[in-house]
Design a protein around this ligand. Structure first.
Ligand SMILES: Nc1ncnc2c1ncn2[C@@H]1O[C@H](COP(=O)(O)OP(=O)(O)OP(=O)(O)O)[C@@H](O)[C@H]1O
Length: 278
């Protein structure tokens, strides 16, 4: 029996001897005009730890390496991807499907905000509606050729996360944490969910890890000392990178200029993604 067994065979994809019901394949096919090579989910245990920022930075890093990149914004009730890329246009559609909007550097983006008349309109939908919208971002959007698609997942392990893992072909997840979180518990949950869904955990990224003072050059652990290395070792996963608290990152998101970010924090992650192969 799997260590993370919750006795719910219908939502679990682990092939164990105790399985009571056959495994259902809920996987949906992407649009017939989409050719998506790798799909990476970016998850976090709670909101506000910088999951959307990390999603954007990963897409930009891979685009800078010359890959065709895309972001599927599955954070339907808190969509922030279009703003950080400075996208103000809406998505077009025709009888074949919906077209993602391209950023200045060519990253293809689909987000609920690209379909709403006003960016400030709230999405007051129940879980199944939200999950349905995310599924349509996969099945009805004409993504074309994509080397790396990043999915900005909603925080936690609710309805929408389950839909993404069951319906989309996710090749791996990256877990974003911050030092003040109950990191060990959150990483445990993410690792167990990934195991249940048969999706590999590619590694952890610690955001807001430290602040480097401009004047004295020293690093300060604003949210407390990091325990990420130990947690990663305990769970047998890698630490892929640590991002500082940098007001320039927040300003870049606010100004829609995330593609101009300057920093090498995610270089190793980008190399790892290349090694995972297409
Ligand atoms: N390392 C950082 N330095 C400075 N600002 C940051 C950093 N990380 C995130 N921020 C800022 O914090 C805010 C929250 O970040 P972000 O939207 O990426 O979090 P999130 O985890 O995706 O939140 P939610 O789950 O609510 O969507 C944003 O304004 C972002 O610009």
């Amino acid at each position: 029996m799997s260590e993370s067994c919750n006795m719910s065979c219908s939502t679990c994809s682990v092939e164990c001897e105790e399985r009571q019901e056959p495994k259902h394949d809920f996987t949906e096919h992407p649009h017939e005009l989409s050719k998506i090579k790798k799909v990476i989910g970016v998850v976090s245990g709670k909101g506000g730890v910088g999951k959307s920022l990390v999603t954007s930075l990963l897409a930009v890093s891979m685009a800078r390496k010359g890959y065709e990149t895309a972001i599927l914004d599955a954070d339907v009730t808190g969509p922030s991807i279009p703003k950080s890329f400075g996208i103000t246009t809406k998505a077009d559609a025709n009888e074949l499907g919906i077209f993602p909007v391209k950023s200045k550097m060519g990253t293809k983006i689909m987000s609920i905000n690209l379909l709403l008349a006003n960016d400030t309109d709230p999405v007051v939908w129940r879980g199944p509606m939200i999950a349905g919208a995310v599924k349509q971002f996969w099945t009805d959007v004409i993504w074309g050729d994509v080397d790396y698609m990043f999915i900005d997942m909603p925080p936690g392990t609710g309805d929408v996360s389950l839909t993404v893992f069951q319906s989309l072909k996710v090749d791996g997840i990256v877990v974003v944490t911050s030092p003040q979180e109950l990191v060990s518990m959150i990483v445990s949950k993410a690792v167990k969910m990934a195991e249940m869904m048969n999706v590999p955990v590619l590694g952890l990224i610690e955001n807001m890890s430290y602040f480097k003072c401009d004047s004295c050059g020293k690093s300060h652990a604003i949210f407390g000392e990091s325990h990420i290395e130990k947690v990663a070792k305990d769970h047998n996963v890698k630490v892929l990178g640590k991002l500082p608290i940098d007001p320039r990152l927040a300003t870049a998101c606010d100004r829609g200029a995330i593609e101009l970010f300057d920093g090498e924090w995610l270089d190793e992650t980008a190399e790892m993604l290349e090694e995972v192969g297409l």
